[in-house]
Structure formats: C-alpha cells, structure tokens
Design a protein around this ligand. Structure first.
Ligand code: KIV
Length: 270
C-alpha cells in the first residue's frame, strides 16, 4: 500500500519529519522506495537535470508524464507526487482538471504539485473536489523565474512574509494537503508551519518545516552545473562516475576488457 496523504498529515500531528526527494526514473525510484522515503517528487527540475534545459519552463506534459510513469513503476510503497509543468494548470479550469487527471490516470501518481498562491486557489479547490490531491508550492516558484528575476530568497521583508503566510493559509483552505516552502527565511517558514494544520515541506526554508525535500542529483553530487546553498552533498557521484567510466575506457583501449570471465565460448562437435 502506498503512503497516503492522510499518513503524511498524521506525521505532522506526531511531529515525525517527512522525508522527500526528487526522482525522475525507474532505477532511482526503486532505490528510494527500498530505503523508506515518505514521498518522491517527480519535479519539473527534470527539465534542467534530465533534459538539459536552462529552466523548468520548456518541460512538456508528455515529458513529465513519461518520467512520472517510470518513477511510479519503481515506487512500490512510496507516495509519488507529480509536478505539473508551466502553463498546464493556469489557462483554463477544464484543461487544468484534465491535465492533472492525466498524472493520476495515465502515469499512476498519487497527487500533483502546483506552484503559486492566491491565484491558483480556485484550481486547487476544483482539483481536490474531483479527487485529485494537491500539494502547493510557494516562496521561490521556479516557473515564475522570468517574473522574479533569479533564484532569490522570498519573504525577507515583513510585507512579503505576511503575504507568504496569507498564501499558505489560503492554499490550506482551498484543500491542499501539504505545501512546499522554497527559499524562505527560517523564521518565516517556522511561522507558516505553526499556523497550518497541513504539513510544510521545506527546501532552503530551515529546520522548522514538517518535512524536507531535496533534488536527488544535488545531494548525490551528480549535477555539476550549479550547487544551491541550501543543499548538502552527501557523496560525489559525478566524480565516482567519471572514475568508473575512465577505467572502462582505458581497459577497452588497452584491450584488457573483456577477459575470459566476461566472454562466452563454444565447442563445435568435430
Ligand atoms: O522541481 C523540483 O525539483 C521542485 C523542488 C525544488 C521542490 O519543485
């Protein structure tokens, strides 16, 4: 049985931290599932990390669906949240419902994540009324990067902080079951977390959120183009990958791979 949104909200009640990480493929999802994370986000960060785009904006629904399907195949008991791509939930209510529904019907996700505050609350209400659980996302919302003008911490002034608090409360009232808080000062996310019944999941939002999420490729040292301040690198898989591949390359060039143990032979009857 997959972890449900109710289990995630019980975890807040019992002060048990919710551990989340991103994944974009079957093999990673299997490992994450095996070690017992509470939820996986098929983040639209896959646009940069898997597809090599500069931002999350070019990601299409079909690309996001394909990656979500592969994660779902690997996640036997972990809750899978699908990130809805830029403009797939803001142009019309009908289209938002149909697009969100595709992530549950065609890809097998358990919930979807939408970026934004007050302006998406009507959409959240309708999705929830159709049986589609919604995770919100406020603070730095990378799909609005052209509006925001960079990866900047949000909610630094009292006015901005109050606005974030209002947005979080509005999303809870609209029926969101959890909210990602991205790049928000610790004091502000602490206040938001204490005002909400639903869990907050922080990324660059300090220790007082109900859970944490990180991009898997950042914490494993696999994505080398940019390392955000809020991440911690637990291993350097880029270096290990480079070393392993170099060794293979050298053995192929030096004709020491394959040897007999990696080869097959046959004896013909004479
Ligand atoms: O796409 C993503 O990886 C995200 C996380 C940063 C929360 O939205």
């Amino acid at each position: 049985m997959k972890t449900s949104i109710h289990k995630l909200s019980k975890m807040k009640e019992h002060d048990e931290p919710i551990a989340m990480v991103t994944a974009y493929d079957f093999t990673s999802a299997r490992i994450i599932d095996d070690i017992g994370f509470d939820a996986i986000l098929v983040g639209d960060s896959l646009s940069q990390i898997m597809l090599g785009n500069d931002t999350t904006i070019p990601l299409t629904i079909d690309e996001a669906l394909m990656h979500t399907r592969s994660v779902v195949r690997g996640a036997k008991s972990t809750h899978v949240v699908a990130d809805m791509p830029f403009l797939s939930y803001n142009s019309s209510i009908d289209r938002s419902i149909l697009n969100a529904g595709r992530f549950l019907k065609e890809a097998g996700a358990q919930s979807v994540k939408l970026e934004g505050g007050h302006h998406i609350c009507e959409t959240v209400k309708l999705l929830v009324s159709c049986g589609i659980p919604v995770m919100g996302h406020i603070g730095l919302t990378p799909q609005s990067i052209n509006q925001i003008g960079g990866h900047k911490v949000q909610g630094k002034s009292k006015k901005q902080a109050d606005r974030l608090i209002d947005e979080a409360i509005a999303l809870e009232h609209a029926g969101a079951y959890a909210i990602v808080l991205e790049l928000i000062p610790t004091e502000v996310s602490k206040q938001i977390t204490s005002k909400l019944k639903i869990p907050t999941i922080g990324i660059g939002a300090g220790i007082d959120c109900d859970g944490q999420i990180q991009v898997m490729h950042d914490i494993l040292g696999l994505f080398e183009l940019f390392t955000p301040k809020h991440t911690k690198q637990y291993v350097n898989l880029a270096e290990q990958t480079r070393n392993g591949l170099k060794e293979y390359l050298n053995e192929v060039k030096g004709k020491t791979f394959p040897n007999n143990s990696h080869s097959f032979s046959v004896q013909y009857d004479s």
